[in-house]
Design a protein around this ligand. Sequence first.
Ligand code: MN
Length: 254
Amino acid sequence: MEKRTFLKTGLFLGIAAASTSFLEACKSAGKAATSSNTVLPPPKNRRTEPFTLPALGFETAALEPNIDKMTMEIHHGKHHNAYVTNLNDAVKGTVYADYELEDIIKRITGSDEDKKIRNNAGGHWNHTFFWQTIAPGGPKAPAGDLAAAINTVFGSEDKFREQFSNAAKSVFGSGWAWLCVGKDKKLFICTSPNQDNPLMLNISKQLGTPILGLDVWEHAYYLKYQNKRPDYITAFYNIINWKVVAERYDKLMF
Ligand code: MN
């Protein structure tokens, strides 16, 4: 065997061995239960228009004093807008070029070549979801079946807040905290790094459908709260749109 062929074969076997051990590692980490979902067929519905920045359902100053006007202007108009622009650019010429946003989210992989799409599709999905999760009008509380489920799973609304706040505080660097409904229809709290989310079948360590999410990137709070992320998290409870969160929950449960 020529040296070059030997090197190539050796490299190939090395990659094959690495892939096998990766699969084994996933199985032993308990991901085997979800692996049947990770290779989804191509979606039937295809997108014909570019992704666009959705309008906020309220004025940028409407969430004050919990979130200030300038943060909302920059967060929505600059950060979210950049995810949309970069996503349109990133999907060009790829298999995802005409996929709807959620179809991309569910199929995106952790590969280097998917990285730009992963970050920007996640950024677009997460922020669109976030703007719908918050609303002006002061503190409200969960009601109905969602309130009952929160009491059952976490003990009380206060205990839910405590656990959710701790999760949000625990995110190292940039990321999100989520309240999700799992496959077993139970509520659970989790976090994700960067712009990942629990819908990413090939990426997320904890899979579920988010019904509430909190952006804990510094760009979400730094102008008003600087290093005081816990204060921003506390303020979040004043602006949660529990009506929308409960609608999301009911849709998944009933
Ligand atoms: Mn953000």
